[in-house]
Design a protein around this ligand. Structure first.
Ligand SMILES: [Zn+2]
Length: 330
């Protein structure tokens, strides 16, 4: 890949604190560099030192989007989260190839998107390439803004929450998906895609970001209907867990699951199994299988107890005021 990733120390984006605890270290297979995940006392966890702004595009391999195209059923679940505004204005942040924008347009939305990286877009459409924060877009203009698994990838989420709040109309909706680091096992599993995921949110930190920017939670959903999260690696963490923290992910990660980083193996069960047979030691295979079962069970359980590893959030600009007014009139 494209050379050394420069990094710099950063303070917590949510509370500004410099007081952090090292949670784990992980060697990134894309860049071959080691990155560290720290936790702030406010509950936000993040990569620190953090890749510099200029190096962010270098973190993504050319095949990053391969196998990530969602099925139509998932797009329709995303569209169903949008309000009923025929002809409403929609902005999709981190729109990649623009597949969601296309579908929203077909449903009558006047939809456009922004992305930092010009992904290979086959069809069209209204996509601006560049840094959203610096873009001169109309304020109080959009009925809905979406960010599907994007905010964990940006260097300063606080700037995005602020920008979204200025771009949304009053009572407009901000609909987004982020990892929930508070979910069962997620803090100890190393399963986050570090350092592409730079910030690991919790429901508490999400609420705090929204409140600071004049938005309120309408609904938080804990389910796997759009993206899934599995805390793989916990079995080895338990086995080696007697040693004190911090840990190194290479010691605990699920060897078989990590082969799925190769885009060609995703969604191809037989190829993946044959790769596992040739690359994973038999003793590790058993641990991997048990760990896989444990990760799947925990993931299901997390959803049932409403503390899932990925959360879908619907927030409203000045929504609380609206809610109070609604309560008064009903
Ligand atoms: Zn903090």
């Amino acid at each position: 890949m494209g050379g050394l990733i420069e990094t710099e120390y950063t303070t917590c984006d949510l509370c500004g604190s410099e007081d952090q605890t090292l949670l784990y270290s992980k060697i990134d297979p894309v860049t071959d560099q080691e990155f560290h995940v720290v936790e702030c006392r406010c509950g936000m966890a993040f990569v620190n030192p953090m890749p510099s702004e200029a190096c962010i595009p270098k973190l993504y391999p050319p095949d990053y989007m391969e196998g990530k195209e969602l099925m139509d059923s998932r797009y329709s679940r995303m569209l169903d989260l949008l309000p009923d505004e025929a002809g409403g204005r929609l902005l999709d942040i981190g729109c990649a190839r623009g597949d969601f924008i296309l579908r929203a347009q077909r449903r009558g939305w006047s939809a456009e998107g922004v992305d930092l990286i010009p992904w290979n877009r086959s069809e069209h459409p209204s996509i601006l390439i560049g840094d959203l924060i610096e873009m001169d877009l109309p304020e109080n203009y959009y009925d809905a803004i979406t960010a599907w698994a994007v905010l964990e990838h940006v260097r300063r989420p606080s700037l995005y929450f602020r920008k979204v709040s200025t771009l949304l109309k009053d009572k407009g909706l901000f609909i987004f998906i982020v990892p929930n680091f508070d979910a069962l096992g997620m803090r100890r599993s190393c399963s986050e895609d570090i350092p592409r995921h730079l910030w690991l949110f919790t429901t508490r930190s999400v609420k705090s970001y929204l409140e600071k920017n004049g938005m309120d939670v309408v609904r938080i959903m804990h389910n796997s209907s759009i993206y899934t999260a599995y805390p793989f690696g916990l079995l080895r963490d338990l086995l080696y867990g007697l040693s004190p923290r911090p840990r190194h992910c290479s010691a605990i990660e699920n060897r078989s699951v990590s082969l799925l980083r190769n885009a060609q193996l995703r969604g191809n069960l037989l190829r993946w199994l044959s790769e596992v047979r040739s690359r994973v030691k038999p003793s590790d295979m058993l641990l991997d299988a048990l760990d896989l079962a444990m990760g799947v069970a925990l993931s299901k359980w997390s959803s049932l107890i409403r503390n899932y590893g990925i959360i879908t959030v619907i927030a409203s600009k000045n929504g609380e005021k609206k809610l109070r007014e609604n309560q008064k009139t009903s």
